[in-house]
Design a protein around this ligand. Structure first.
Ligand SMILES: [Zn+2]
Length: 411
């Protein structure tokens, strides 16, 4: 019996073919229509129709006209139009709101960083985010298009609905950030957990983006992870996979985590923990250097200051980092033995202390790794403090390349 193709089948097929062609053009930057036909397996008339649509309707591709011929018909070259097609990435952190404006090849055009000032409350944060987006918008060429805004937030973020189910850093629960922002701005906004976005950034744009199995752990104010398994970012049943900060690394611990449990990795090895151990060292007079560096002021003691003292040979500070590195190695060992990643990337504020932390991890990790996992590389994340913003950009770029955003506009 002859199969009847519905209109729906045809338009889905067209969209699927268009995605393939757009990917090929993006990956090659410049490519001829005849090579596109060869590589995609589509007929020349199909290629002509799709490319014309990408040029006129989607404006993601431009024609460079006729290229050099090596005999035969001169090729018609098309180019991915990255300039004038822009994305905004926002890293909404507990300490800073970082924003960047980049083109579709992830070239930075502009960046902004403002303090979050948690204590000023929810609407102050919304205002700041809108100001960051508006300032970045004002820095684009008048005819450039912003495709969307990707936002990374610490906490349990439902990437489908944009609802922040809970964020202990912000003390938010069930917050509809998307509604607040979209009510005030005419741009598509997309959200995910900041550490998962760091992993997406490594996957799509990192130095070793060919890797299919890796983990990103984010050690900052809290601790979280983004896990890439067989080339896919792990989401989990309810979209909350990767809560690495809440695995137990000390069942006898009396240190209570923000989640209510005791002995969580986050409670024992986050930036907040390092700072609180530093404050304790100041209070009991065990670190002369911390006292000097903080001028005796408890509120000036941060994880960064403790790292500074440790690097200068302060014993109490070094002991704090030794303890934290031990717990981190326990956690990293769990991930490595469970998932067998090629690399564990370490990002977040605490990772920026550099060699101090990585040398300690290198020294201690062997205790917690099975021989089969012992070849795991542990290295700093590719993008440093821009990792979440780059991930947020990757999120939008994927939506542009999958043509989800242009179809959204039509709807
Ligand atoms: Zn916890």
């Amino acid at each position: 019996m002859k199969k009847e193709y519905s209109k729906m089948d045809v338009s889905l097929l067209h969209l699927a073919n268009k995605k393939v062609v757009l990917r090929l053009i993006k990956d090659h930057d410049e490519i001829s229509r005849s090579v596109l036909a060869k590589k995609s397996g589509l007929t020349p008339p199909s290629i002509t129709r799709i490319v014309d649509e990408l040029i006129t309707k989607d404006q993601l591709v431009k024609s460079l006209g006729v290229g050099d011929s090596s005999g035969g018909r001169p090729p018609l070259i098309v180019k991915f139009k990255n300039q004038n097609n822009l994305i905004i990435g926002i890293d909404l952190g507990a300490t800073y709101i970082r924003g960047c404006l980049v083109d579709l090849n992830a070239n930075f055009i502009s960046e902004i960083q403002v303090p979050t000032e948690l204590e000023k409350g929810f609407y102050s944060i919304i205002d700041k985010m809108i100001k960051v987006v508006n300032k970045l918008k004002a820095r684009k060429e008048p005819d450039a298009k912003i495709w969307g805004v990707g936002i990374g937030v610490a906490g349990l973020v439902n990437s489908e609905t944009g609802i922040i189910e809970s964020s202990p850093d912000f003390q938010w629960s069930h917050i509809d950030l998307r509604k607040e922002l979209e009510d005030q701005m005419d741009l598509p906004f997309f959200y995910d957990n900041s550490t998962r976005l760091m992993a997406l950034g490594e996957l799509k744009m990192g130095l070793k983006s060919h890797q299919k199995n890796f983990a990103v752990i984010n050690i900052g104010y809290g601790i979280a992870s983004g896990l890439v398994v067989e080339g896919n970012l792990l989401k989990g049943y309810s979209g909350f996979a990767g809560e690495f900060g809440h695995i137990s690394v000390d069942t006898d611990s009396e240190v209570q985590c923000k989640c209510g449990m005791y002995g969580c990795l986050e409670a024992l090895a986050s930036g907040r923990r390092i700072a609180s151990l530093g404050k304790l060292a100041l209070a009991n007079g065990s670190s002369g250097l911390l006292e000097k560096l903080s001028m005796g002021k408890e509120e000036l003691i941060t994880a960064e200051l403790v790292a500074k003292a440790a690097k200068k040979g302060d014993e109490a500070s070094l002991k704090i980092y030794e303890e934290v590195a031990e717990y981190l190695c326990k956690g990293i060992g769990t991930i490595a033995n469970l998932l067998n990643p090629e690399t564990v990337y370490v990002g977040g504020g605490v990772s920026l202390s550099g060699d101090l932390l990585f040398d300690l991890i290198e020294k201690k990790k062997g205790k917690y790794l099975l021989p089969a996992s012992s070849n795991v590389a542990i290295r700093p994340s590719t993008f440093g403090d821009q990792a979440t913003s780059i991930g947020a950009v990757s999120l939008i770029l994927e939506k542009v390349l999958n043509l989800e955003l242009s179809s959204l506009e039509e709807g």
